[in-house]
Design a binder for this molecule. Structure first.
Ligand code: DX5
Ligand code: ZN
Length: 216
């Protein structure tokens, strides 16, 4: 069964406590937390103080997705705010290997995100240092966009790379994941699904999470 990581970007921020309570009651495995800086992506979301508060509401894994430039400047602060997995974008890292060492030395799991235009082959020489690869299936910056079909091809390539090297790498997909396409995404090799709008805008988020868990 895939790991389900609802993205709080689509939550009702005026009722964040209730939204966290709902996720805690549900079969969601992780909290997916999207941080945007208005530079790496053309949007600004929320940051450290909000994550610090969310951390207090849950024992579930906090999966922090940094869509920011120079993520190395903030790794320690996100550790202190409660991140368990820290994902940086390959396009935002000049010294990716060094950044991953930093994240591990702070005691977090390492994640690397790839934009839709970034080839999976760029991971060839660093994949052994990555706990999770996040394949973006939309251009990062906004929730509620449509899944880019070519993502399935990238997932298959990454699945092949990871299997050939016999690595336990988690493969996460982020953007436009719905009950309609989740099965094909898992079939292509994903082991973790991020879902924002399809969970929080659904009439029964807890049931939707349960259904996502059972796809494929
Ligand atoms: C987009 C974020 C996603 C976003 C997904 O840049 O990384 O995590 O919240 O939202 P949906 O599931 O609505 O596409
Ligand atoms: Zn995300």
């Amino acid at each position: 069964m895939p790991i389900i990581a609802p993205s709080l970007l689509a939550a009702d921020f005026l009722h964040l406590q209730e939204e966290c309570d709902m996720l805690n009651k549900s079969e969601a495995d992780w909290f997916h937390l999207d941080v945007m800086d208005g530079r790496f992506v053309p949007n600004i979301s929320y940051g450290l103080p909000v994550i610090e508060q969310i951390r207090k509401t849950t024992k579930k894994v906090c999966d922090v997705h940094l869509m920011i430039l120079e993520p190395e400047k903030y790794a320690e602060a996100f550790k202190n705010a409660g991140a368990d997995i820290l994902t940086v974008h390959i396009e935002a890292c000049v010294h990716l290997h060094r950044n991953l060492q930093q994240i591990r030395s702070l005691g977090m799991k390492t994640g690397v995100a790839l934009n839709p235009h970034t080839p999976v082959s760029l991971l060839q020489d660093v994949i052994q240092d990555i706990d999770m690869v996040l394949i973006m299936s939309v251009n990062p910056g906004f929730g509620g966009q449509t899944f880019i079909p070519h993502t399935l091809e990238k997932l298959k390539q990454l699945r092949r790379m990871v299997d050939e090297k016999k690595l336990p790498t988690i493969i996460e997909v982020d953007g436009g994941v719905t009950l309609d396409n989740a099965a094909s995404i898992v079939q292509a090799g994903a082991t973790a699904l991020v879902a924002g709008s399809s969970v929080f805008k659904s009439p029964d988020p807890i049931a939707t999470i349960a259904q996502l868990k059972r796809v494929g």
